[in-house]
Design a protein around this ligand. Structure first.
Ligand code: UD1
Ligand code: UDP
Length: 372
């Protein structure tokens, strides 16, 4: 029997996290031969994911350069992937999400007339510039894809509205929930002295992450100054900010949080400690896509500091709130949640709108069923 030749392509931290459970699921299937190619659009931030999930790529394009532009990422990935696709000759190329790696992967496969499976398909904010450039990347990828693995019914409906054929869309859940099941444990010990020493019973931890390109500048200054002022208002609040490696984000953070001892800016955490820190936090303030999906499953209120979200499910479930990027809105809503227990409890409930932790197996079954 001929094996199905899959080529899995990813490049950044969130793609690695969400692709890892699929890679692991494929390892157990003898009918699939999977070749892994990373673009390494991210370097350190991706390498920690590979190590955690014990994934050894067959090809590493190593395209990362500090300060890389969108054009540079896309060109280097496209060129590198062309060569690998020609060598591997896959039956199907799998990509995940909405980064520049994903779009370049789809385009490279299309040029070689290789079938494309798009994991996390159908997310839409409705604004091409927010998130930027991700909304465009996922729409462009959708046009080229043969199989759309949509995490939720909302995502499926978005694709149907755009005219994609029903039989090419599969609701699978989001693989980020599969990954989360792999890492979060009640008895987890960080082995990072600062995180092990926090008095989680008497302190309320706000976990902050922010990195989106469209927030860099005034929106990010607003977010950080609202958090800065909130931390000063409440004695029992400590803010932990595992900061993205982007120097533009670091400059804004260093300027805004200068001298504030209650804001703990730390290096990006590996996925395992990060998710366990989420589980021990009181609330989360973020512009991240993945974090918005993980938090509801952990019963943590999330304030989404963006103007639009392509992930309305958490908001509908009541665990997330789109607060925007204006200072007043962020300060006032955080203040309300910290001072009003009823409001807090309303949001702090576990919900699983993004999946049941079995998305990877579904995707692998669909690949086998359609390509095998
Ligand atoms: C990228 C994705 C975004 C995703 C995010 C996840 C695009 C256009 N953007 O944005 O969709 O949400 O990853 O984090 O694909 N850096 C390092 N080391 C690393 C990674 C990044 O130093 O391992 C620094 C570099 O200075 C780099 C900058 O961060 O220039 C930005 O990285 P880049 O991949 O261009 O964009 P992200 O903002 O990370
Ligand atoms: N994450 C991590 N370490 C951190 C911050 C985030 O491992 O210090 C994980 C997080 O759990 C989520 C993913 O990285 O799964 C989200 O990545 P990011 O916010 O960079 O990208 P996005 O999801 O917005 O594309």
């Amino acid at each position: 029997m001929n094996k199905v030749k899959v080529m899995t392509v990813f490049g950044t931290r969130p793609e690695g996290i969400k692709m890892a459970p699929i890679v692991k699921a494929m390892e157990k299937v003898p009918e699939i031969e999977n070749t892994i190619c990373i673009t390494a659009q991210h370097r350190e931030m991706l390498d920690q994911v590979l190590e955690l999930f014990q994934i050894e790529p067959d090809y590493d394009l190593n395209i990362f350069k500090s300060g890389q532009t969108l054009t540079e990422i896309t060109m280097r990935a496209l060129e590198g992937l062309e060569n690998v696709i020609k060598e591997v000759e896959p039956d199907i190329l799998l990509i995940q999400g909405d980064t520049s790696t994903v779009f370049a992967g789809a385009l490279a496969a299309f040029y070689q007339k290789v079938k494309i499976g798009h994991v996390e398909a159908g997310l839409r904010s409705g604004n091409l510039y927010s998130p930027y450039p991700e909304e465009a990347n996922r729409k462009l990828t959708g046009i080229l894809a043969d199989f759309h693995f949509a995490p939720t019914e909302t995502n499926r409906k978005n694709l149907l509205r755009e005219g994609y054929p029903e039989e090419k869309i599969f609701i699978t859940g989001n693989t980020v929930i599969d990954a989360l099941h792999y890492t979060v444990r009640d008895d987890y010990k960080f082995n990072i002295p600062f995180l092990d020493d926090i008095d989680y019973r008497n302190k309320r931890i706000i976990l902050l992450t922010s990195h989106r390109r469209e927030n860099i500048g005034e929106p990010m200054e607003n977010i950080f100054s609202a958090v800065d002022h909130i931390s000063k208002k409440y004695d029992d609040i400590e803010v932990i900010f595992p900061i993205h490696l982007n120097p533009k984000v670091r400059n804004i953070a260093n300027k805004t949080f200068k001298g504030n001892q209650k804001i703990h800016i730390i290096e990006p955490l590996d996925y395992e400690p990060f998710t366990n820190l989420m589980a021990r936090s009181h609330l989360i303030i973020t512009d991240s896509g993945g974090v918005q999906e993980e938090a509801p499953s952990l019963g943590k209120p999330v304030l989404v500091v963006r103007e639009e979200t392509e992930r309305p499910e958490g908001i509908e479930a009541g665990t997330a709130r789109l607060v925007g990027t204006r200072y007043d809105a962020i300060f006032n809503f955080t203040d309300l949640l910290l001072s009003n227990e009823k409001e807090y409890i309303k949001m702090a409930k576990a919900a699983n709108p993004y999946g049941d932790g079995k998305a990877s197996n579904r995707i692998v079954d669909i690949i086998l069923g359609t390509m095998g």
